[in-house]
Ligand binder design. Structure first.
Ligand code: PMP
Ligand code: GLU
Length: 412
């Protein structure tokens, strides 16, 4: 019998982020000392008031509307308006089980092609393939902070058929580079000229270390879609609560998204949506300031202790990732490099090839979240000056793994 799996699905592997998480756990269970720099998950506690709301609403068992709890959509609308100055009314917001699902539905619905910078998060390309949308990669460079310049974007667009609809995916702060896009305005001008649709993945934007929420929607509101959710800033990855905000004039698109939602997950679970109302309406600025300060301090520790003539690295700017590049000709691919590092040092990372780079580029993604965020958070009083001593005390695995990695690279 021929395979019963569709061709485009057969090609998919398990997402490498989730796979490295499981592999790291398994190695730890086998008794190995592993530094979990592979998976990107917030180490912090969800604010207690939000957890309390979940407890209070646990008894609610009725299905909510397909599009999501109106009150929650209203709060997200306000939250976006405060940060971007752009109105995404509640009718334009869809609540999804994680923003990953929102993006998948967008790919399934969309008729056109996808343009995404390298580096980009691991799931964009497979999701586009599931949606049968062709993917174009736009390579970026360290000199330009790992984002495309307006000129690079325009050059690439000239090579792509003008007859197609195109979505450009932008993610800032970026997974995997940890960089923040500084030229949103220039990119918006090109986007407007070529009538692009932008998917602005703002899942990490509240984790910008300069404490400034920047969104391209401000410069190009007519065609910017925004995805976001509770997974990163709020530490609630496992709650699976995300959203997609569509620009005005996307009624038909939203109608199709809702049909897909109704035929797949129906609606997001009720108690979590009620708890999320608190997350978007309450004042969590102090919590976010602390979380950002700790991540900034830990990220800078890793950056300062890794950068050398053997490891090139861009300073941390947001989210919880860094992208070390190893100056070595010993390895066939970044994947072989990561396997060797894991075997020889216990440091788990992901290869740059998972994020759109040529396998021969010795780039890796390092997530600096292998620490007890609850303990660290509890023990800082003055988050304006987090010393290296505190990083050593509250993020010992990150410190030890960094030392191992840095010593390993000396012998390259
Ligand atoms: N975008 C990026 C860049 C991410 O790193 C993640 C986290 N895996 C997501 C989107 C999806 O997050 P979630 O589905 O938890 O909202
Ligand atoms: N965002 C996380 C990462 O890139 C993991 C979660 C996921 O990929 O869904 O490691």
């Amino acid at each position: 019998m021929t395979t019963i799996v569709k061709k485009n699905i057969l090609k998919l592997k398990e997402s490498s982020t989730l796979a490295i998480n499981e592999k790291s756990k398994q190695l730890i269970e086998e008794g190995k000392k592993i530094y979990r720099f592979g998976f990107g998950q917030s180490p912090f506690q969800i604010p207690e008031k939000i957890v309390e709301k979940l407890r209070q609403n646990a008894f609610k068992k009725e299905y909510l509307p397909i599009q999501g709890l109106p009150e929650l959509r209203e709060k997200i609308s306000k939250y976006l308006f405060l940060r971007t100055g752009i109105k995404y009314p509640k009718e334009n917001i869809l609540i999804t089980p994680g923003s990953k699902e929102a993006m998948l539905l967008m790919h399934v619905t969309f008729n056109g092609e996808i343009l995404t910078p390298a580096p980009s998060w691991v799931s964009y390309e497979p999701q586009a393939e599931i949606g049968r949308n062709k993917v174009h990669w736009l390579e970026t460079s360290r000199e330009n902070n790992w984002f495309p310049t307006a000129k690079e974007l325009e050059n690439k667009l000239r090579k792509i058929s003008k007859k197609k609809n195109i979505i450009l995916i932008l993610n800032s702060p970026n997974n995997p580079s940890g960089a923040i896009c500084k030229n949103l305005k220039e990119l918006a001008i090109v986007a407007k000229k070529y009538k692009l649709i932008i998917l602005s993945d703002e899942i990490y934007t509240d984790l910008s270390f300069d404490n400034d929420y920047k969104s391209i929607s401000k410069f190009y509101p007519a065609h910017t879609f925004i995805s976001g959710g509770l997974s990163k800033w709020c530490g609630a990855g496992g709650w699976r609560l995300g959203f997609l905000a569509v620009p005005n004039g996307s009624k038909q698109f939203m109608k199709s998204l809702k049909s897909l939602a109704s035929e797949s997950y129906s609606t997001v679970n009720t108690p979590t949506q009620f708890a999320a109302v608190e997350a978007y309406e309450g004042d969590y600025e102090d919590y976010k300031l602390k979380v950002r300060a700790i991540l900034n301090a830990v990220g800078n520790y890793v950056y300062n202790h890794l950068k050398s003539n053997k490891i090139l690295i861009t300073p941390p700017q947001g989210a919880f990732y860094l992208m070390p590049e190893f100056r070595s000709k010993k390895f066939k691919s970044s994947s072989q490099l990561c396997d060797t590092i894991l075997n020889e040092t216990g440091v788990a990372m992901l290869p740059g090839s998972d994020f759109g780079f040529h396998p021969k580029k010795m780039l890796t993604r390092l997530s600096y979240t292998d620490f007890d965020g609850i303990e660290f958070f509890r023990n800082i009083s003055d988050y304006k000056s987090i010393s290296e001593e505190m990083v050593k005390m509250y993020a010992p695995n990150v410190v030890e793994g960094t030392t191992k990695l840095s010593n390993w690279a000396k012998n390259l």
